[in-house]
Design a protein around this ligand. Structure first.
Ligand code: PEP
Ligand code: MN
Length: 272
């Protein structure tokens, strides 16, 4: 690998600290990004987001352009969903994260604080170049069949095209195991942490695919070096229009929030 790649970590001090609202991602704290898989209605998004805000989260996710395996599955509220994100963002004074799935959507993303590039688009290179030009913070998810080097080279596409605020996200890879949706690649977290100055978070929802796995996967990632999590939280998972089986309730999230902070702080204080 070329030592001059921009993602390369040279010194601890070179760590990229990304500021979003009152959060400093990658600076002595564990970052929580939470919210429903899909924005389904104003009420649903507002209720979930305000519960999460009460717990202490002010970066809220909600998909509006959904990359679904089946064309018959809910495709997202699209433009209407963006309007909901904007108004809840203003009302609750939160930052919002949503996925872009086509370059034609770019002019709808003015009000979006962090643009998510999904696993399926990680290697859509022309797409990466165009998104980088917006110079907005980006969450880049690792493809489920991609190597760490490929992942970091995709980050490099963003970096050399002007996007410096990149949050890398390990969201599980495809393996022979069928009891889980994907397999969280714990070693990838530690290796990526060694190689780059960029923050790395995990997605315990898409990696496990099961609500009960969100808690243990999130906590395990802390010792591996994760800077945070992006997690699916729904006020009524049984009736969710997408990914209900892997969504936790705001109440379950509260327990996760408390204990993840405890473990993270213990790790920092004891230099583990
Ligand atoms: C999502 O976060 O809703 C999503 C579709 O994630 P991924 O790209 O990791 O599958
Ligand atoms: Mn989802």
């Amino acid at each position: 690998m070329n030592e001059n790649y921009l993602y390369r970590k040279k010194h601890e001090q070179d760590k990229t600290i990304i500021k979003i609202k009152n959060n400093k991602i990658c600076q002595g704290n564990f970052t929580f990004i939470a919210g429903p898989c899909s924005v389904e209605s104003y009420e649903q998004f507002f209720t979930t987001a305000s519960d999460l805000k009460k717990t202490g989260v002010n970066i809220i996710r909600g998909g509006v352009f959904k990359p679904r395996t089946s064309p018959y599955s809910f495709q997202g509220l699209r433009e209407e969903g963006i309007k909901i994100l904007s108004s809840v963002k203003k009302e609750l004074d939160i930052a919002v994260v949503t996925e872009i799935t086509s370059i034609t959507q770019i002019n709808l993303f003015d009000d979006v604080d962090i643009i998510q590039i999904g696993a399926r688009n990680m290697q859509n290179f022309e797409f990466l170049k165009e998104i980088a030009k917006l110079k907005k913070p980006v969450i880049l998810k690792k493809g489920f069949s991609n190597t760490i080097d490929e992942f970091l080279l995709s980050a490099e596409y963003l970096l050399i095209n002007g996007c410096s605020d990149i949050i890398l996200c390990e969201r599980g890879i495809r393996t022979f195991e069928y009891k889980t949706r994907n397999t969280l690649d714990i070693s990838a977290i530690s290796i990526i942490k060694e190689l780059t100055h960029l923050p790395i978070i995990i997605d315990p929802s898409h990696s496990g695919g099961i609500d009960k796995l969100v808690y243990p996967l999130s906590l395990s990632s802390i010792y591996a070096g994760s800077d945070g999590i992006i997690v699916e939280v729904h006020n009524d998972p049984k009736n969710a229009l997408s990914d209900g089986e892997q969504s936790i309730t705001p109440k379950d999230f509260e327990r996760l929030y408390t204990n993840a902070n405890k473990i993270f702080n213990y790790k920092v204080e004891n230099n583990i």
